[in-house]
Structure formats: C-alpha cells, structure tokens
Design a protein around this ligand. Structure first.
Ligand SMILES: [Zn+2]
Ligand SMILES: [Zn+2]
Length: 176
C-alpha cells in the first residue's frame, strides 16, 4: 500500500487517484480473522509536500463488548494529511522505518510513501470503543457466564437476590 512519488511528481500539482482493495490480512498481521479494506486515495505533489486525502471502508471481525461473541464490524472514515518529503533515499531505510515515518512523523524519505500504518491508525480512530453485536445484546451472566442471548440461566432471577436483602433488612428492624 504505497504511493510512488516520482509518478505524482511528474504530474506536479495534479491529483492522482489510487485505489486499494484487498483483504486486511494482506496488509496487517492482526486481522487473522479476515476482513476487507476498500481505500481510495488522492495524492498531489507540491514542492516538497505530498497532499493526501481519501476515504476508506473496512469490515472485520471483533468480539462484542457484552457477550464476547465475534461479529463483523463495519467502519468508514475520511482523512486529509500533508506528508513532508525529506532528503534521503529509500535504500537507507527498511520498509518498516518508512512505514513508521509516514504514520508518526508524516515524513517521506525517498520515493515511496507507505500508507499501511497511517491507515491502520485511521481505522482505529473510527472504531467503536465498545462494539455491540446488536443494540439489544443481553451480554453474559456475571454469575454463571451463560450467554443470555442464547438462553436464560438459573441465577438470572434477580428478584431472589433482592428478596434476600429485604429479608435481612426486616430482621434488623424487627430484631431490635
Ligand atoms: Zn453481544
Ligand atoms: Zn447465570
């Protein structure tokens, strides 16, 4: 997932469109459950800067924050960023360094602007903090661990617990 700078440099000031559509695990190690990424990028070279803007849609498997069942979450987002082209040649750097520089320092030494890490951060930014498999997910029972979407359990009758407490209260008030 990279932009080859000499290509956009040759069209100085003109936006060049890129499209990346792949399975997430072709770019990232931590999406082993699968998932897809659909990324549109428009890049413009001006002087020593690269203006990059675009949008993405991704879908991937995450565990529900209530019941822990995996489900497919879909996210989308937009971004605009200016990367500064710095002196250097790509041969002086490993690909990991180039990926890291682009994402965290927004600089590009050499001819390749790698977007993997930058886009990963964009995906994280739009992710749900507490994803839910469905709005009305009942979660799992704190008592026995049963998935309450699948079945109810013996200990889910909260009434009994309350009754016990009420009984205790009665004992106190009558025992004085
Ligand atoms: Zn759930
Ligand atoms: Zn239970």
């Amino acid at each position: 997932m990279f932009i080859y700078l000499p290509e956009i440099k040759s069209k100085l000031g003109e936006a060049v469109e890129y499209c990346f559509q792949k399975d997430l695990d072709e770019y990232y190690n931590d999406f082993s459950e699968g998932g897809t990424l659909d990324l549109m990028v428009s890049a413009t070279y001006t002087e020593d800067k690269v203006l990059v803007s675009g949008s993405f849609e991704a879908s991937f498997s995450v565990p529900c924050s209530r019941c822990l069942e995996a489900f497919t979450q879909q996210v989308k987002g937009k971004f605009t960023e200016v990367f500064t082209v710095v002196r250097g040649s790509s041969e002086d750097y490993t690909q990991e360094n180039l990926v890291d520089q682009a994402a965290n320092m927004l600089t590009v030494p050499g001819d390749y602007l790698y977007l993997e890490e930058y886009i990963r951060q964009q995906i994280i930014l739009v992710q749900e903090f507490r994803p839910l498999c469905k709005e009305e997910c009942k979660g799992i029972c704190a008592g026995c661990g049963a998935d309450l979407n699948q079945s109810s359990c013996q200990c889910s009758t909260d009434d009994e617990l309350i009754d016990v407490r009420l009984l205790k209260l009665k004992e106190y008030s009558s025992g004085s």
